[in-house]
Design a protein around this ligand. Structure first.
Ligand code: COA
Length: 259
């Protein structure tokens, strides 16, 4: 499929997806969302893709939100449909069994903050700005921001950010757990690569099962989550990867994991 608003680059198994609409601060219009959905579906089944990074084009914005010009014309049915479609794209991202990182290089507002939260981890630059300003537009977040933000930062902090619509600096985002790390803009690529390269050295099936246990387990009761964990733990023991990892430790050598 031809992509008009995404730039793709696979570097050593890490697929960098750049939202490429800098004149509109990479706002998520229908084309971006549809291209993102299809790229993520392809990436999930592509053996050459071991991890995914999402970032924004230019040095000002990661993504400045859903496209407000498109929102302006929506009626109730179309608005609900847009929300459901966007949620399904972001759910696909969150449920990938390959690690995903948002490289947040500027404004991550509204849908941009929701996109970053749908990644497994977030590294932000010092100039990054987060927020869910939808209430200032007479809206609420529609791409699961009301659900993911409280899960990441807690209900009280999430409600303050959602109800005020205020900006959250990179420093505050790190303090409240909205991002994993803040780095200088020139260090972003290296920081993301460093994080993912370390993860990709580990057993690939174990990494995938860990993602599955956390992603699905968090939405279950504690007991059901523990059962899911035990089932996935059992599956690990049926996998040559676990023999190799444990044998390598016992033989005092580095494991040789295969994909
Ligand atoms: N949807 C559509 N277009 C957007 C956009 C969005 N979410 N965010 C920015 N743009 C467009 C602007 O309309 C402008 O287009 P134009 O040059 O054709 O007029 C261009 O991107 C540059 O934005 P501008 O507002 O001029 O940049 P700025 O540096 O003055 O301000 C922001 C940056 C991020 C503070 C400001 O663009 C903003 O508040 N954006 C909307 C954020 C938002 O409410 N997001 C949630 C949407 S649900």
């Amino acid at each position: 499929m031809q992509h008009t608003m995404l730039k793709l680059a696979n570097r050593d198994g890490i697929l960098w997806i750049t939202i490429d609409r800098p004149d509109k601060l990479n706002a998520l219009n229908a084309t971006v969302m549809s291209e993102l959905g299809s790229v993520l579906a392809e990436a999930a089944g592509d053996d050459e893709v071991h991890a995914v990074v999402i970032t924004g084009s230019g040095d000002k914005a990661f993504v400045a939100g859903a496209d407000i010009a498109e929102l302006n014309t929506l009626g109730p049915d179309a608005a609900k449909e847009l929300s459901l479609r966007g949620q399904s794209v972001f759910n696909r991202l969150e449920r990938m069994d390959k690690p995903t990182v948002a490289a947040v290089n500027g404004f991550a507002l509204g849908g941009g903050c929701e996109l970053a939260m749908s990644c497994h981890m977030r590294i932000a630059t010092t100039n990054a700005v987060f927020g869910q300003p939808e209430v200032k537009l007479g809206l609420i977040p529609g791409y699961a921001g009301t659900q993911r933000l409280p899960r990441l930062v807690g209900k009280g902090r999430a409600l303050e950010i959602l109800l005020s619509g205020r900006n959250v600096t990179a420093e505050e985002a790190e303090r409240i757990g909205l991002v994993n790390r803040v780095v200088e803009p020139v260090e972003l690529t290296q920081a993301v690569n460093g994080l993912l390269t370390g993860i990709l050295r580990n057993g690939p099936h174990a990494v995938g099962r860990c993602l599955e246990a956390v992603t699905y387990g968090l939405d279950m009761s504690f007991d059901d989550g523990c059962l899911l964990e035990a089932t996935l733990f059992g599956l690990c023991a049926a996998d040559p990867e676990m023999r190799e990892g444990t044998s390598a430790f016992l033989e005092k050598r580095k494991p040789n994991f295969r994909r």
